[in-house]
Ligand binder design. Structure first.
Ligand code: ZN
Length: 261
């Protein structure tokens, strides 16, 4: 039996230049506009096409690569246009609480993106870590965001990306009960099984090199193993330090790395 080709699912945040005055995103997790266009070119050169996870669930494609974006940064409207110009699409996971707030996409921008064939999905209502909330609060986050997006955009919201990639035990049961088809997680792997309700993703960062990006598309085993080990180290430091301390330590390290800004 021929095994279907796995899909590389990419996870972006902001696509903006550092200090552009609009985006409030963390520089480490942002990619620059030129870097993003270069990556789209690498996708084209590899004979592949940017797609949304949502459309791949409906119509699987052998040579697709999925583009996803978390946090609803204002710069995502530009990225959506670039994907559209490349004949492709992507999923944008937004927090309904911050829509229209400074540095974030507006409802009008989301409507325009929907009209251009983009998939708008839930990143919860607020950006609180779900493993620090009660079950009732988790349900509220999942329900409110889905209902608001579906009401205002008129499109089905069936995918969920947990804030910070953090999930309480039994998360899949909760999302299924509330009408979601799958979770786009931060687990580092390729998407092998289109029927699975856990979709792993590879985080594209400012430090992601063109060579690395090309290897993710080519699904190079050694490079994927390297990414998994890196992510494993990140998770264990989060567990050791706890969420709040982890964020504080990480911010401190990033400040040091950027010359003490
Ligand atoms: Zn997020």
């Amino acid at each position: 039996m021929i095994k279907p080709h796995p899909t590389t699912v990419l996870m972006y945040h902001a696509v903006s230049a550092v200090g552009d005055g609009f985006s409030r995103a963390d520089a480490h997790y942002s990619v620059g506009p030129t870097q993003f266009l270069e990556q789209l070119q690498i996708v084209r050169d590899a004979g592949r096409r940017p797609q949304s996870v949502q459309s791949l669930l409906l119509r699987p494609e052998a040579s697709a690569v999925a583009f996803t974006f978390d946090d609803g940064d204002v710069s995502n409207a530009w990225a959506a246009q670039a994907l559209h110009d490349a004949g492709g699409s992507g999923d944008f996971f937004v927090n309904t609480q911050t829509i229209g707030k400074t540095g974030h996409l507006s409802w009008q921008a989301l409507r325009d993106m929907t009209a251009a064939g983009m998939s708008i999905q839930s990143h919860a209502h607020s950006h609180r870590y779900l493993d620090e909330l009660t079950l009732a609060e988790v349900e509220q986050e999942l329900h409110t965001s889905k209902a608001m997006l579906e009401d205002k955009l008129g499109c089905p919201v069936e995918l969920f990306a947990p804030p910070g990639g953090r999930m309480p035990a039994g998360m899949h049961l909760t999302t299924t009960r509330l009408g979601y088809k799958a979770i786009c997680s931060s687990r580092v792997a390729l998407w092998h099984d289109l029927r699975s309700d856990d979709i792993p993703r590879l985080a594209v960062l400012r430090g992601t090199t063109p060579a690395q990006f090309a290897k993710w598309l080519a699904q190079d085993r050694l490079e994927l193993l390297r990414q998994r080990l890196r992510y494993g180290a990140l998770i264990s430091s989060k567990q050791l330090l706890g969420n709040t301390n982890y964020e504080r330590v990480r911010r401190g390290l990033l400040r040091l790395a950027s010359g003490g800004r």
